[in-house]
Design a protein around this ligand. Structure first.
Ligand SMILES: NC(=O)c1ccc[n+]([C@@H]2O[C@H](COP(=O)([O-])OP(=O)(O)OC[C@H]3O[C@@H](n4cnc5c(N)ncnc54)[C@H](O)[C@@H]3O)[C@@H](O)[C@H]2O)c1
Length: 320
């Protein structure tokens, strides 16, 4: 039997957070969730995820990771073995309108967690980074060795900074840290601001969908169960220091993704083609050989099957 650990999951009411917490609870661990349930998208979805998905030994703290003292009280109360740090202000486009949310949550909040990990002798951290650190890459697929010196959004820049800060804490205080670069994650209980969720909603409601980049973009869509599997494997391995891409390694054209949504919804989308939005990249495509080699990770769910599962969940949740 693996040892039971107490794991702090920041952003645990979020999309990836709640699925990760569920898997950890199923494996018999104790989970401490910290989330501020902010209204970037409907907080009722965050409440529903916690209420309907989680069972077992878990606690939920509603607070902002920017608040060092309140976070510190949690470390006093519980002996935290490992931190899975997922809380962040996400979204590329939103970071142009609300830059300070990104510095508060992604930088100040993260430094608070690294400081507390140091102070309380936490034995390891798994940290959410993003494919957006690559910006518009020179070659594809992107590997962890490639340059990430030129992100093209503030969101991407805060994730790049997060990796650099993580490395400094690993170097100075010997904290084992793995940064995971997630690639366009989707699936049941997902994020309403992301393409698959938004398009499904709009197609089912007969609304026009805005297709940026004139439909020429490609994304390495990665199914939530695969992402959770990689995240939990990274926690279990607790490697001294790593940066690892977690992406399916098989990009799809956005237009193909829309076709799958149309098939699953049995409805044609009304489409409006628009130019690229500033900060958006043309393509994402992961070289995932490091994840395979170091974590024994294998993505299992392709886009068509993943969209079928998503649309099924969407119809049940919104009672359509
Ligand atoms: N979903 C993706 O495609 C994707 C891709 C790359 C990276 N990521 C990263 O993965 C992590 C999880 O993403 P997600 O898709 O689950 O997003 P999400 O928005 O669903 O989850 C993030 C959670 O963090 C919480 N949060 C945000 N700021 C906070 C703060 N200051 N204090 C406390 N809680 C706070 C939010 O309320 C939310 O529940 C994020 O770090 C994100 O940047 C996600």
């Amino acid at each position: 039997m693996p040892e039971t650990k107490t794991i702090l999951v920041t952003g645990g009411a979020g999309f990836i957070g709640v699925h990760t917490a569920k898997k950890l609870l199923e494996a018999g661990h104790r989970v401490i969730i910290v989330d501020n349930f902010n209204d970037y998208y409907e907080p009722s979805l965050k409440e529903a995820r916690i209420n309907r998905l989680l069972e077992g030994d878990y606690r939920v703290y509603r607070l902002d990771i920017k608040n060092y003292d309140a976070l510190g009280d949690i470390f006093q109360e519980h002996r935290i073995d490992h931190i899975i740090h997922l809380a962040a202000q996400a979204g590329v486009r939103y970071s142009m309108e609300n830059p300070f949310l990104y510095s508060d949550s992604n930088l100040v909040g993260s430094i608070n967690l690294f400081e507390l990990a140091k102070k309380f002798g936490v034995k390891g951290m798994t940290v959410a980074s993003s494919s957006s650190v690559y910006g518009n890459a020179k070659r594809y697929p992107v590997s962890e060795e490639d340059s990430t010196d030129m992100p093209i959004s503030l969101y991407g820049a805060t994730k790049k900074s997060l990796e650099a800060i993580a490395h400094s804490y690993h170097h100075l205080y010997n904290i084992p840290i793995t940064c995971l670069r997630y690639f366009t994650v989707y699936g049941p209980w997902g994020r309403p601001d992301m393409a698959i969720f938004k398009f499904t909603h709009q197609v089912l409601n007969g609304e026009t969908i805005d297709i940026y980049g004139h439909g020429q973009t490609e994304r390495d869509f990665t199914y939530i169960d695969d992402i959770v599997d990689g995240t939990v494997k990274a926690f279990e391995k607790n490697l001294p220091w790593e940066i690892i891409n977690l992406g399916q390694g098989n990009p799809n054209a956005l237009m193909e993704c829309i076709e799958f949504i149309e098939q699953c919804c049995q409805k044609e989308a009304q489409k409006k083609f628009l130019p690229m939005q500033p900060g958006d990249v043309i393509r994402t495509y992961a070289d995932n050989s490091r994840a395979r080699a170091l974590l024994g990770w294998e993505p299992r769910v392709g886009l068509k099957e993943g969209i079928e599962r998503f649309v099924k969940w969407y119809k049940e949740y919104y009672k359509i």
